[in-house]
Design a protein around this ligand. Structure first.
Ligand SMILES: C[S@@+](CC[C@H](N)C(=O)[O-])C[C@H]1O[C@@H](n2cnc3c(N)ncnc32)[C@H](O)[C@@H]1O
Length: 172
């Protein structure tokens, strides 16, 4: 088992634990990560969660990569030997919505653009493509307002740490 402290990420230890635990909850499957960041941390944590539990699954991750080159980010997934679990998509999440519209994801993690409009649009896409959605940086007012306005507060809140909230759809 990987020591999660060894996974570079723009995430707290508690955020990391949540992402690493997701495959156990879903039993594997297809995930979508919005916002790969400098080290691809959230993506790698989900991939490690799959690999170290022998679960099959795959992660699509989107980022503009305007600050970090995808091939530099890929060095970290190579280090953790999880490249085969990951497909990296370059561009804004809004640009990828059409290409991903026919997919269903067992989990979506939203940590891309933190402007209100972007977080709200990502939430709207996620709510029609998954029953399990995580948001990062929920302590930021514009992210928390997007969460509030998205309607997802009607879902069940299953994780709530300082900067991460995960909601599960309540079946009717
Ligand atoms: C906070 S970082 C993500 C950190 C990452 N989840 C981790 O675990 O380390 C946010 C990322 O979102 C990307 N980003 C910003 N706006 C975006 C958008 N509209 N679509 C996709 N990615 C975006 C940025 O390039 C940045 O790399």
């Amino acid at each position: 088992m990987t020591d999660l402290d060894d996974v570079d990420a723009q995430l707290t230890a508690a955020d990391k634990e949540i992402l690493y635990s997701i495959p156990e909850r879903t039993g594997g499957g297809l995930y979508y990560n919005i916002g790969d960041g400098r080290w691809g941390g959230s993506t790698i944590l989900m991939a490690l969660g799959l690999k170290e539990r022998n679960l099959s699954g795959h992660i699509w991750t989107v980022d503009t990569y305007h600050r970090y080159n995808p091939s530099d980010v890929a060095k970290y997934s190579t280090k953790h030997e999880v490249d085969s679990y990951i497909t990296r998509c370059k561009g804004r999440s809004s640009e990828w919505e059409d290409k991903l519209k026919d997919k269903w994801f067992e989990f979506i993690f939203i940590d891309g653009g933190h402007q209100y409009e972007c977080a709200l649009e990502d939430a709207a896409f996620a709510m029609t493509h998954s029953n399990l959605i995580g948001f990062h940086d929920t302590n930021m007012n514009r992210v928390s307002k997007a969460i509030q306005d998205s309607g997802i507060l009607e879902w069940r809140l299953i994780h709530d740490v300082v900067r991460t909230k995960v909601f599960e759809r309540v079946s009717k």
